[in-house]
Design a binder for this molecule. Structure first.
Ligand SMILES: *[C@@H]1O[C@H](CO)[C@@H](O)[C@H](O)[C@H]1NC(C)=O
Ligand SMILES: *[C@@H]1O[C@H](CO)[C@@H](O)[C@H](O)[C@H]1NC(C)=O
Length: 236
């Protein structure tokens, strides 16, 4: 029953909220060697211990300068090289927005002027410098930069809203895949569906056996006593 309710809520959540995601592999630690500079940027950090963040993301209408809307940057750290992950954003259907998610190694961002200027724009536009959280420094784990582009996707006659769309309430979720196959957060649902499927299959099989045995019995009744005698003989 609890599992059923969970499934129901998952389905409802999917109906009332939109999601967008990107799937990637944890990079080689050597690709994230510039991570000291990252700690000065005061970006929010997601890692396997702190894998979900509720926040409000700035959205803009698409323009020639920002064809995919406003950028927000995050640090993904503590990643295991070669491990498959997904990052999802979920936002309410009442705030129509088109999201684009991209991950880059720090060295890619630092060597690409367009990405670097997007990161610097976000840094200078973002509000108060939050408490400095230094990315974990572990030679076996690696770091990526996540860029979330949010482009407002509605039309209204309210010019205030058309000039500056309101920030979008968003959950940002870092989800490692179990055995590189299944997102961890979906594993419970998947196990449930497998169990229900198996039970349904067994139930069907039993039902089918019952139908077949009924058919056999009703057809054998037509033959009457003879067959009964035959059976009795065999038993003796
Ligand atoms: C998770 O992030 C929040 C806010 O960024 C921070 O206050 C908290 O200490 C972090 N927890 C862990 C286990 O890193
Ligand atoms: C436009 O939207 C803003 C924000 O929701 C609201 O404060 C304002 O009253 C609206 N203006 C009109 C003309 O409806």
């Amino acid at each position: 029953m609890a599992a059923l309710l969970f499934l129901l809520f998952t389905v409802i959540a999917h109906v009332l909220a939109n999601t967008e995601k990107t799937i990637f592999l944890g990079p080689d630690p050597s690709a994230s060697s510039v991570s000291e500079e990252l700690s000065t940027l005061h970006l929010d950090i997601l890692n396997p211990d702190n894998w979900s963040l509720r926040t409000r993301l700035r959205a803009e209408f698409p323009s020639p300068e920002l064809p995919q809307g406003a950028a927000t940057w995050f640090i993904l750290d503590g990643l295991t090289p070669g491990q498959r992950y997904e990052v999802r954003v979920c936002w309410p259907a009442t705030q129509p927005t088109a999201f684009t998610l991209k991950t880059y190694t720090p060295s890619t961002v630092y060597s690409n002027p367009a990405l670097l200027s997007s990161l610097q724009d976000y840094y200078s536009a973002s509000r108060q410098p939050s408490t400095t959280t230094t990315p974990k420094h572990d030679s076996r784990s690696s770091t990526l930069l996540l860029q979330i582009l949010a482009s407002a996707d509605f039309y209204t006659t309210n010019t205030t809203l058309m000039i500056s769309p309101p920030p979008v309430d968003t959950d940002v979720i870092l989800d490692p895949y179990l055995a590189n196959v299944l997102p961890r957060s979906l594993a419970g649902t998947a196990v449930y569906l497998v169990v229900v499927g198996a039970l349904a299959y067994l139930g069907l099989a039993r039902g089918a056996r019952w139908v077949i045995s009924e058919l056999v019995r009703s057809s054998s009744q037509g033959h009457g006593e003879e067959e009964d005698d035959g059976r009795r003989k065999k038993v003796q």
